[in-house]
Design a protein around this ligand. Sequence first.
Ligand code: SF4
Length: 308
Amino acid sequence: MMQSMSTPPPLGPAARDRPQREALKLEKRLCRLVGQAISDFNMIEAGDRVMVCLSGGKDSYGLLDILLKLQARAPVPFELVAVNLDQKQPGFPADVLPAYLQSLGIEYHIETQDTYAIVKAKIPEGKTTCSLCSRLRRGILYSVARRLKCNKIALGHHRDDILQTFFLNMFFGGKLKAMPPKLTSDNGEFIVIRPLAYVAEKDLIDWAEQRRFPIIACNLCGSQPNLQRQVVGDMLREWGKQHPGRIESLFTALQNVVPSHLMDAALHDFRHLKPTGVADAQGDKAFDEEPLPALVGAPFAGVPLVSA
Ligand code: SF4
């Protein structure tokens, strides 16, 4: 019998199950990539007490969610404490995160400090407030971590944040410098980790939708967003669309640094370079063009590509 134009044919069982299968695939990918980053950079060790910073945005919800999944099956014991800083921004829905965290039944702490009032009082109208605001936030989060006896602080930056920072530093800072997956806090007291370092932002957007996280808008302070970061983000997204594989290759490059082929004399001793007298088949062929592999499907040995 012919179906009328307005009634689509009923979905078969395979099509009906598709969203569920996709969600499962995404969950597996997120767990694999976060697990891989944790292992590659030795981010979490037995006995760690990790403060997970939760802003109410998709990335930090995703971070906490995946860390909880990994904690449940980790071979080593470690603790997680979710922490949110309520900066008293106008309109901040103070009940959303406590309700969510209570529903998870996990340890959490909400720190309330009116940094919004300080920032408003100190920064003239129209000037950007982010640098003072984030400095205040950093100091408060360190003191919370100390009080909660956490030795590590987990942040929700992902692969695309890292790449954006890399380009921003090149474009505006004259430095080959991205965002480290693991570092010592500037006060020397904590280890800061970024377990989402291998995760693409798109996956976190999809995961937030799947999990229906109660997202809190991030523009409550009314500050100008970082326009340059947006421009660089758009540039990378456009490259990703126009040239499949380019983002993955760029990200791989951050893990494949060749100081002898850059120009930082502090990293490579160009000054005292001498002939070795020994032929090296892998050595630099100074007069030849660099052979470039085809990007799509090129084997990036040992480096986790983000696509499934
Ligand atoms: S966007 Fe608003 S909350 Fe975020 S750092 Fe800037 S001033 Fe602070």
